[in-house]
Design a protein around this ligand. Structure first.
Ligand code: GAP
Length: 455
């Protein structure tokens, strides 16, 4: 009898991922034992590993090029930075309160308000006036809490790139076009955070600013659009779940802006922004700081303020997109002699191995010392090269399922034959094929298999 082909079911709602994330240690509600803190999340044992992988994938894609350098700027910056950037005066959302049910919502993206001037929750028309609410978190530097000591938690990492433009260019001696890449925390006091880690008040951004000669900006904007699309494709995001969306309205400084949208369970939503920011940022910082931020091209003896092509993606949002895209349920239905049907569900996170938190699970067939002791030694051997886990609890089938559910690409079973032939069974997550591999060749075998995904 042939093996039935399973039906594939994809993720339908975020709540499935929220519970998997908690149960398996990807993401926990912040301060949960105190009832949680709104829109803040903690990355658990597997989540923190996976988040590092997301960052590494982005960082390598950016900085393993001959024209991009890295930067790790401070979160707190001189307050005038945010005057120059326009954030003090303009980084706000219109806020409305419902006087009946006390819901607070954004006026500019709430359909019931835009169309009918109604509260999105109770439908009341008893609403406050719209007022502008600045999204920057304020704090004070030093012991005095007065207006002179106000500093902001940065709402984007980009400003660190602009104020360090000359430092990076001169210390690296790079010529234009060149870019600065950084990963770091940003903070926005969002009026309506939500959808799990999609929109939060504390999040991480991965931004790259590419400084170019005016007039070449359109060419580089197109190039970066293509590169960013290929990045998502390379790491396994299905193309049918991605699209570009041009901005309907451009910010006053932007010459072009496009979002890469991903089809989250709540619909297509922004994953990354790609912007042509003209010379706005460097000109503003030159004006407010009094420093000359022109670039001098020696070969052509010309001076200019560079234009900036920006690519900006949230690490948490990309983490969520990877989880959503990878989640699948393989459902096999069987009928017994009486005609009763049974469904067997294999939950798999089909993550690209570079993104998967654990690469190999080591599973001794029995808990007896004669298998568990050498299996632990094998765990250590593999841990020299990979993130590994060791699991000896429950049937081997259950352990395979546990590894599938967190996206582990390979399971290695140490059985009684291993003692004699020095070989283990390697089981592949996606095809579920099994191979017998010698222990002394195992690390290089796994490394070669992982590399294959990138070719
Ligand atoms: N420097 C440009 C900039 O910050 P943005 O479109 O405001 O542009 C870039 O932000 C990316 O940062 C977004 O595409 C999104 O992935 C992420 N992001 C922004 N706000 C976020 C929030 N509140 N929670 C999680 N991610 C956020």
């Amino acid at each position: 009898m042939s093996t039935p082909i399973p039906e594939i079911r994809r993720l339908k709602d975020l709540s499935t991922l929220v519970s998997l994330s908690k149960r398996r240690g990807f993401v926990f509600q912040s301060s949960e034992i105190y009832g949680g803190l709104g829109s803040c999340w903690d990355y658990g044992p597997l989540g923190s590993l996976m988040k590092l992988n997301v960052k590494r994938a982005w960082w390598n894609a950016m900085t393993r090029r001959s024209d991009i350098v890295g930067l790790d700027a401070a979160i707190l910056m001189h307050p005038t930075v945010w005057k120059a950037s326009g954030h003090v005066d303009g980084f706000s959302d219109p806020l409305v309160d419902c006087k009946d049910c006390k819901t607070r919502f954004r006026a500019d993206n709430t359909d019931s308000y835009i169309n009918k001037k109604q509260c999105p929750v109770c439908g009341s028309k008893n609403l406050s006036e719209e007022r502008q609410f600045n999204l920057m978190f304020k704090t004070h530097m030093g012991p005095l809490e007065d207006s002179a000591s106000v500093v902001y938690l940065r709402p984007e990492t980009a400003q660190g790139h602009f104020v360090n433009f000359q430092n990076c260019q001169q210390s690296s001696r790079y010529k234009i076009p060149f870019g600065i890449a950084a990963i770091g925390k940003s903070f926005r006091n969002e009026i309506t955070p939500g959808n799990f880690i999609f929109r939060t008040r504390e999040f991480e951004q991965m931004e790259m600013q590419y400084f170019v000669k005016p007039g070449t900006d359109e060419k580089y904007f197109s190039e970066w659009k293509e590169r960013r699309w290929n990045f998502y494709k390379k790491f396994g995001i299905r193309e049918e779940n991605l699209k570009f969306k041009d901005h309907d309205k451009l910010a006053h400084y932007a010459r072009a802006a496009v979002d890469v949208e991903y089809k989250f369970p709540m619909g297509f939503s922004e994953l990354e922004g790609i912007h042509n920011r003209s010379d706005f940022d460097l000109s503003q910082h030159a004006k407010f700081s009094g420093k000359n931020l022109e670039y001098f091209n020696e070969a052509e003896k010309e001076k200019y303020i560079p234009y900036v092509i920006e690519t900006a993606v949230g690490c948490d949002r990309l983490f969520l997109a990877f989880m959503c895209d990878a989640y699948r349920e393989e459902v096999t239905t069987t009928k017994d002699e009486s005609g009763k049907t049974t469904e067997d569900v294999r939950v798999v996170l089909g993550l690209h191995p570079d993104i998967a938190p654990i690469k190999v699970a080591v599973l001794p067939l029995s808990k007896k010392d004669e298998l568990s002791l050498p299996a632990e030694a094998l765990r250590d051997q593999l841990a020299e090269d990979f993130d590994v886990t060791y699991d000896e609890t429950g049937s081997i089938g259950k352990r395979y399922r546990r590894a599938d559910e967190v996206g582990t690409p390979f399971c290695v079973t140490y059985d009684f034959d291993t003692i004699n032939d020095g070989a283990v069974t390697v089981r592949h997550r996606d095809k579920m094929t099994q191979e017998r591999i010698k222990i002394k060749e195992l690390n290089s075998y796994i490394a070669a298999q992982l590399k294959q995904f990138n070719n």
